[in-house]
Design a protein around this ligand. Structure first.
Ligand code: 2X7
Ligand code: FE2
Length: 328
C-alpha cells in the first residue's frame, strides 16, 4: 500500500514508493481496441443508461460480447483505459479517487447517453503510473476531485468490456497540447506513456487488461435518422474511408508496426482518425508492439465512423511462444 506522504500529486515531488505486492510479477494479459460511440451503450439498454432504444449496431455489440467473455476468463486485477474525451491541456492525468460515481452525459448525443456510473479506481497503480511517467520526462497530474464527472469515452469502453463493473479500473486522459506542436512529438509522448504504464504494471504486480478507446476513420454524418437505431440508415461515410480502415486493420492485425507507424500520419489526415488522440499508440507501446496476430472481433459504422473491436491476447502468446513478444 502506498503511504499517504509518498503519494504522487505533482511532478515536482520526488517519490519513494513501497508496494504491497512483490515487484516484477505484474503483466499485461491482453489489450483491446475498444471504440466508444455512445450508441453502443444505448443499443444495449443497460439499467444505468436513461435513454432507451430498440437495439442497433449489433455487429459491434456482438464483438464486445466476445471480449467480455475473454476478460471474465482472464480475471484481471485492473482494466486501464485511455480516452480521447477526457481532454487535458496541462499534462497526462490519471484518475486518483478510489470510488467515483455520478451522471455522465454525452454533450453531442445527450438523447442517447445519460449514464449513472459507479466505479472503483486502482489508485496505487495510478501512483505507480504517475511516478514512471515522470521518470520518462512527461508532465503528469493526478485527478483527485471526488466529484469528477467521468467522460463518456472512458465509460462506454469500460461498460462494453465489463458491464458488471466488478473489476477496478484506471482512467488516463488525452493530453492534447502536444498535438498543437507536432504529430511526432505527440505520438512520442504516447510511446513514453505506454512504456511507463508497462513498468508500473510490472512493478505493482498487477495482472492488467488495457483498452484503447478509439474509433478509426472519424468522418461522420451531421444528421441523424429520426430513429437513431434505424440500421437501414447506417453505413460507413464513404468507400475511401472504408478502404483506409481495412488497410489499417490489416497492419494492426498482422503486427506490421513499421508500416503502421509510417502510415499513421496519412491515415489521420485522410480520415480524421480518432487514434490521433494517442490511445492506440499508448496501448501498443505498453504491449511493446507485440509480434502477435490480433483478433478482429467486429467492424462497423456508427453515424458513418469506422469502428473496429480488436484483441491482442498476450497471455496466450506467452504460453505458446515465450519469446514472441516485443518487436520494437
Ligand atoms: O465519440 C464518438 C465517436 N468517437 C464516434 C462516433 C460517434 C459518436 O461519438
Ligand atoms: Fe469519440
Amino acid at each position: 500500500m502506498l503511504s499517504k506522504e509518498n503519494s504522487v500529486v505533482s511532478p515536482s515531488l520526488s517519490i519513494t514508493t513501497k508496494w504491497e505486492k512483490p515487484p516484477g510479477s505484474g503483466e499485461i494479459l491482453a489489450g483491446f481496441l475498444a471504440p466508444h460511440p455512445p450508441h453502443l451503450v444505448y443499443g444495449e439498454n443497460p439499467s444505468q443508461n436513461r435513454p432507451k432504444s430498440q437495439g442497433g449496431w449489433d455487429t459491434l455489440r456482438w464483438g464486445y460480447q466476445r471480449c467480455r467473455e475473454k476478460i471474465k476468463a482472464l480475471k484481471p486485477d485492473v482494466i486501464l483505459v485511455h480516452s480521447p474525451h477526457w481532454q487535458t491541456v496541462v499534462g497526462h492525468h490519471f484518475l486518483r479517487v478510489p470510488k467515483l460515481s455520478g451522471l455522465s452525459v454525452d454533450p453531442i448525443f445527450p438523447h442517447l447517453f445519460q449514464y449513472e456510473f459507479e466505479m472503483s479506481v486502482d489508485v496505487e497503480l495510478a501512483d505507480a503510473c504517475a511516478e514512471a511517467a515522470i521518470e520518462q520526462g512527461l508532465l503528469v497530474k493526478q485527478m483527485t476531485n471526488p466529484n469528477f464527472r467521468v467522460d463518456y469515452g472512458t465509460i462506454v469502453s469500460l461498460h462494453m468490456l465489463n458491464p458488471d463493473w466488478d473489476i477496478p479500473i484506471l482512467g488516463i486522459s488525452a493530453h492534447n497540447s502536444p498535438y498543437y506542436f507536432s504529430h511526432d512529438d505527440a505520438q512520442d509522448q504516447m510511446i513514453k506513456l505506454g512504456q511507463a504504464t508497462r513498468q508500473a504494471i510490472e512493478k505493482t504486480g498487477r495482472r492488467a487488461v488495457l483498452a484503447a478507446s478509439n474509433t478509426l476513420s472519424h468522418l461522420h454524418f451531421d444528421r441523424e435518422p429520426a430513429l437513431p437505431e434505424d440500421m437501414s440508415q447506417e453505413h460507413i461515410y464513404n468507400f475511401e474511408q472504408y478502404q483506409w480502415d481495412m488497410k489499417i486493420i490489416e497492419l494492426l492485425k498482422q503486427g506490421r508496426w513499421d508500416e503502421f507507424q509510417r502510415m499513421f500520419p496519412e491515415f489521420i489526415e485522410k480520415t480524421a482518425a480518432e487514434i490521433k488522440a494517442g490511445s492506440l499508440m499508448w496501448m501498443l507501446s505498453a504491449m511493446n508492439f507485440p509480434a502477435v496476430e490480433a483478433q478482429v472481433h467486429a467492424y462497423g459504422p456508427v453515424i458513418g465512423t469506422g469502428n473496429a473491436v480488436m484483441e491482442w491476447d498476450l497471455q496466450a502468446c506467452r504460453s505458446s511462444k515465450p519469446h514472441a513478444e516485443g518487436r520494437l
